[in-house]
Design a protein around this ligand. Structure first.
Ligand code: HEM
Length: 118
């Protein structure tokens, strides 16, 4: 079980790298597949992690998870809308891509800096 948890954390970190790497460092302004799939992966791996932690003895900070979920949904919405517009030939949406990257950085900060509560 602990191994599965660690693999999920690894996938969670790779999803974060895909979002922030694409939106902030590599393809500024373009809604790449890495951005879109990274945003989807964060929702899936994050929720699975909550499930696995709840099933075990590890405490889960529900307020922190709630904030992260709302922010991650906003990241996914920005990425999906920007990618959808580009796919339909309605132009790039660089502000949405930048917002997705910035919100992912915010979520990483919440994950690491919010240490109180359980
Ligand atoms: C853009 C979205 C997200 C980013 C950038 C992100 C980032 C991170 C990072 C950097 C960690 C590692 C923290 C550490 O080991 O100290 C982490 C852990 C974790 N994340 Fe996320 N996350 C995101 C979305 C989510 C979502 C949607 C959920 C659940 C609803 C979630 C639940 C968790 C859980 C349960 C952990 C493991 C342990 C903990 O911090 O309590 N994350 N996340």
């Amino acid at each position: 079980m602990e191994f599965v948890e660690h693999v999920l954390v690894l996938l969670h970190l790779l999803g974060m790298a895909a979002i922030i790497g694409s939106a902030v460092f590599v393809a500024r302004g373009a809604a790449t597949p890495a951005l879109v799939w990274g945003a989807r992966a964060q929702l899936v791996t994050g929720l699975l992690l909550v499930g696995i932690l709840e099933a075990g003895d590890d405490p889960v900070n529900h307020a922190k998870i709630g904030v992260k979920l709302v922010v991650a949904v906003a990241v996914a919405a920005c990425a999906e809308i920007a990618a959808g517009k580009a796919r339909k030939g309605e132009g790039e949406r660089p502000q949405l891509v930048t917002a997705a990257g910035a919100l992912a950085v915010l979520n990483a900060a919440v994950a690491v800096l919010w240490t109180s509560g359980s």
